[in-house]
Design a binder for this molecule. Structure first.
Ligand SMILES: [Zn+2]
Length: 1012
């Protein structure tokens, strides 16, 4: 037989798009419109309703970048439409190719209540059903002229507040044009026909040529198109649907893949728009979602970021009320369990714990829901402490799809157990559809089925559907597809249900799923460990200041009755957690976002310093001696960990550099460091071990500049070819002896780098304090330490532990880890000797190795200090920076852990006279007390979070500095856990309690004081 396949496909495409879809709203009359352009930032709804509107006409151009315009649309329903479903169809000038990156509007009634949103692919307003002829209507549309910034990743300054808003410069040109303003009858029969043809046509397209079903569908579609009267679509739609009915009624085969479709809208908390726009995006999306739930009781929608709901509650309480109602009816499903969807490479362990605490607590308090999923579809890699953190927050399931973005290796599973560094396993799923914004298209459904790695033993997957960001979430068309795909021959079976229902079924179906041990490293976006240094520094400082603020406030509350600042700490934590969002902390947002983030961190720092100082002054008492506080979990300079002492001996001083033939020597009796005339470290000698740390002939603290122009995502990516060329900054402009160290100034291009290198008495750590005036573009600055060490792995600090990664490139998996994340330390060692680098704000590192002619191995550790990507912020990282790093000469893991804490928690002194014994002390350095605070329930109980940091079994005797009545192990939310599932009941005696921890175990203890 001659094949008509291609001809039929083309015919379907043309008739559907040019005739049937337009006929859904064929009967229409124009709507009157008037505009008010907001002169500045968005205004309250009442102001928008009461504004002075000017009439405009179709074709009107509106909206300079980031501006808001209010449209008043009004008209009268024609008499002859009585009894019909009437809608308004509005095209604000949408860019329909990127549903999430365009103008959007929120529609209000005259009383200010919200109807729904207008989005590029969701551009209708329900006016009346059934309509009353002659009835007038008026709506207001708050429309945002958000610029499209993601085209081709061209550097643009549109990503910051425009001149017309800041009051400087001239008005920008409008971005959008009113393209359609119709009041129309909604023809349900024509709309249903469009959905029938859409689903069957896409299914036909995906079926293999050998499948008879494909040819049957072709034949049926052709027959249906034959019955469509192109001059009378309305009149012929029902007949065409009758022709299609048997094809739609044919059931799926018994072995069909089962797909749990979950409505979703991935709304980036800030990214190519400022945070204030996210507040509005959330309101628009959720007004659509709740409206769609009214029409479709079976629709389920999962929402993942508590912060966004908190914004909705504050800014659009009416929409929030609708969301809460829909949560009661089981349609709206809070998931994710986190405050935002954070980056998980960079935040500290305690910060990730608080993401869980505040996320889960919000859902518990506002919705009465104990969330059990972690929903992180878009985050750029997942650290190996996550499984334990999840378990400790009562989370059973983990979902992402981001690892499908790997550019080297395909992840071998879609459903598996993820095992963390401590041995905790979490049942995990990567939706094989490889997107979190599915439209439920035939291509996506077919891809998910073909792609699913666990076929044979498992047959279920999850599919998140709905337009994200500014797209407005799921649409009625998507629900129509889902309904038709529920049981359709040739397709997977699509069931709309909750993530929890999916996970319960998937786990029962596949209890012996394979296991993946360790981090989920994303082979992509490696530049996000380094981009936007000031944002990362703000986070690092805030995390440590929050630790100090809680520690000293709790200590002062117990000892002096200090008023523990519950409210301020709650607010400050949430601010810091918000900025850990996966496009803010990674440095991948527009300039507007990072400028605001830096301002916020300045305010957070000031407030936290104030809290720390107030608590320390309360503890230090009267007097004019110097009381030195040590917030590190390790004794330092004779000052107890987590306590304070009077300064009895002068603090360690930097040793004076001694000139020598080749430069200068820094020698404190522990280590001897040689710095040459160009300021390079040419020797780092561990005196007690009798061992040189550096490879022969190599120089350490060598600054290296690389061209850094990735192929796709500038702020996100470092591509492997960056290593092909390098410029070594070997020449110094000046070298001088100052402030007990050596000051070295270098210039490269227009940039100036000034370093002060010091070695303190009693320390094995060479400190490098760096000031940079950074004027480069598309460059990566590294600091290299070539070690004479043979190590097949490095050990990098991660949340509550460390992870080992290969230094070699044996497999493609090893080779792809050419840029790695470390928190405060990165350690390299042989069996009995090693060295570490520590830092105060660096996350990106790399380790390479080479075997020399002398048979020794050079292992080179480098810190990634700065980048200068130009998209989406064309001025990213330009200007002044200060950062510090240190080189610990002779260090095991215990030393690296201690130095990392110490480097980030400086001693603080206040005048006074009191010694401050710690509230709690551990007698084993392997058991690190990370957090000391008062319980969030304001009971006055003391909460202590500690962990095993060295990677081995550890016993410790905890001693409390207060009368201890009882102690219980809790989850991260400070709720007591069943002792049988944990360490067993803890028996304190005389203010002490002994504990045994498995490698990297995290324990949260709630300590009660006797009731007075
Ligand atoms: Zn995202």
């Amino acid at each position: 037989m001659h094949s008509k396949y291609r001809l039929t496909e083309q015919r379907l495409d043309r008739v559907l798009n040019q005739r049937i879809r337009p006929a859904v709203h064929a009967r229409s009359v124009p709507i009157e419109v008037a505009i008010w352009n907001v002169p500045g930032e968005p205004v309250p709804v009442a102001d928008g309703l009461a504004a002075p509107y000017e009439p405009v006409t179709l074709g009107h151009r509106w909206g300079p970048p980031w501006s808001t315009s209010w449209f008043r649309i009004s008209g009268t329903v024609p008499d002859e439409w009585a009894g019909l479903r009437v809608e308004a169809v509005i095209d604000l000038g949408f860019n329909v190719t990127g549903a999430g990156f365009s103008t959007e509007g929120l529609v209000y009634r005259s009383d200010g209540s919200v109807v729904k949103a207008l989005n590029p692919r969701n551009a209708w307003i329900p006016v009346a059903d059934p309509a009353v002829g002659g009835e007038d209507f008026t709506y207001y549309v708050e429309a945002a002229a958000n610029p499209v910034l993601c085209d081709d990743h061209i550097p643009t300054r549109t990503g910051d507040q425009p001149s017309w808003l800041t009051g400087v410069g001239s008005e920008s040109d409008p971005l959008y044009q009113l393209l359609r303003l119709d009041l129309a009858v909604f023809d349900a029969q024509v709309w249903e026909l469009a959905q029938d043809l859409d689903v069957l046509g896409e299914l036909m397209h995906e079926l293999p040529e050998a499948d008879p079903r494909r040819w049957q569908l072709m034949h049926t579609i052709e027959q249906a198109l034959d019955t469509v009267d192109l001059q009378n679509i309305t009149g012929s739609a029902a007949t065409a649907r009758e022709v299609l009915r048997p094809a739609l009624a044919a059931p799926a085969v018994a072995s069909a893949h089962r797909m749990s479709a979950v409505g979703h809208a991935h709304i980036d908390t800030a990214w190519l728009w400022p945070m204030r726009e996210t507040v509005r995006k959330v309101a628009r999306t959720l007004s659509n979602v709740t409206q769609l739930m009214d029409d479709h009781p079976g629709f389920r929608f999962a929402m993942s970021q508590a912060q966004q709901l908190a914004w909705l509650k504050e800014h659009r309480p009416e929409v929030y009320g609708r969301v809460q109602e829909k949560a009661k009816s089981g349609q709206f499903l809070p998931v994710g369990s986190l405050w935002v969807e954070p980056d998980t490479n960079i935040p500290s362990g305690e910060a990730l714990a608080r993401q869980l605490v505040h996320g889960k607590r919000f859902y518990l308090e506002e919705f009465g829901v104990e969330t059990e999923e972690m929903w992180l579809p878009d985050t750029f890699g997942y650290n190996a402490a996550m499984p334990q953190l999840m378990k400790l927050a009562g989370i059973r399931w983990f979902l992402t799809q981001k690892i499908s973005w790997n550019t080297t290796n395909k992840f071998p599973h879609h459903t598996f157990w993820w095992e963390g560094i401590d041995g905790t396993r979490i049942f995990s799923h990567f939706p094989p559809v490889d997107t979190y914004n599915s439209e439920l298209s035939g291509a996506e459904v077919a891809h998910a089925v073909a792609n699913f790695q666990d076929k044979g033993t498992a047959n279920s997957s999850l599919l998140p559907f709905g337009y994200g960001d500014g797209g407005g979430g799921p649409t009625r068309e998507m629900l129509a597809r889902a309904a038709r795909l529920a049981d359709l021959e040739g397709s997977a079976k699509v069931v709309i249900e909750s993530p929890a229902d999916f996970f319960t079924r998937a786990q029962a179906e596949y209890p012996d799923a394979p296991v993946w041990l360790g981090e989920l490293y994303l082979e992509f976006h490696r530049g996000t460990l380094t981009s936007q240094l000031r944002t990362k520094q703000g986070n690092r400082r805030s995390e440590h200041l929050l630790r100090e603020a809680e520690l000293w406030s709790a200590t002062a509350a117990v000892r002096t009755g200090f008023d523990y600042p519950y409210q301020a700490l709650d607010r400050l934590w949430k601010t810091v957690l918000l900025h850990q969002f996966h496009d803010i902390l990674p440095g991948s947002s527009i300039a507007w976002v990072h400028r605001e983030a830096e301002q916020t961190y300045v305010a957070v720092t000031a407030e936290l310093r104030g809290i720390v100082e107030a608590a320390q002054r309360a503890l230090a008492g009267e007097g004019d001696q110097t009381v030195v506080f040590n917030a590190s979990p390790f004794t330092r300079d004779g000052i107890p960990a987590l306590g304070a002492s009077l300064r009895t001996r002068p603090p360690g001083r930097p040793v004076d550099p001694t000139p020598c033939r080749d430069g200068f020597v820094l020698d404190n009796g522990l280590v001897r460091v040689l710095i040459d005339g160009q300021g390079l470290v040419t020797s780092a000698y561990d005196i007690a071990a009798g061992r040189e740390a550096l490879a022969p002939g190599a120089a350490a603290n060598l600054l290296q500049l690389h061209q850094d122009f990735p192929n796709e995502y500038d702020a996100w990516d470092i591509d492997a070819f960056y290593r092909n060329t390098v410029h070594n900054l070997v020449d110094a402009d000046s070298l001088s002896v100052e402030e007990g160290g050596l000051r070295i100034v270098r210039t490269v291009g227009d940039s100036r780098i000034e370093q002060l290198i010091t070695l303190t008495e009693g320390s094995r750590r060479l400190d490098i304090d760096t000031k940079i005036d950074w004027r480069e573009t598309e460059k990566l600055l590294k600091a290299a330490f070539p070690l004479d060490v043979r190590a097949d792995h490095s050990s990098a600090e991660i949340p509550f532990g460390h992870v080992q990664r290969p230094t070699h490139t044996n497999t493609s998996w090893d080779a792809a880890k050419f840029e790695i994340c470390a928190h405060r330390f990165l350690h390299l060692g042989e069996r009995d000797w090693g060295a570490a680098v520590v830092n105060d704000s660096t996350y990106g590192h790399d380790v390479t190795r080479d075997v020399r002619a002398d048979g020794g191995t050079t292992t080179t550790v480098r810190l990634s200090l700065l980048r200068a990507p130009r998209f989406p912020d064309p001025d990213a990282d330009q200007g002044q920076h200060r950062l510090r790093y240190g080189f610990v000469i002779g260090a095991d893991i215990a030393d690296a852990v201690r130095e990392g804490y110490g480097f980030n928690l400086p001693e603080r002194s206040v005048p006074g006279s009191a010694e401050v014994p710690p509230l709690v002390a551990s007698d084993n350095d392997a058991v690190v007390i990370d957090t000391v605070k008062l319980a969030d329930d304001r009971s006055g109980d003391i909460v202590v979070r500690l962990y095993e940091a060295h990677g081995g079994r550890a016993e410790t005797l905890l001693t409390t500095g207060f009368p201890l009545d009882s102690v219980a192990v809790t989850d991260l939310l400070e709720r007591e856990l069943d002792p049988r599932e944990n360490t067993g009941a803890l028996q304190p005696a005389g203010g002490q309690v002994s504990l045994t921890l498995r490698p990297f175990q995290i324990l949260t203890l709630r300590m009660k004081r006797p009731r007075s």
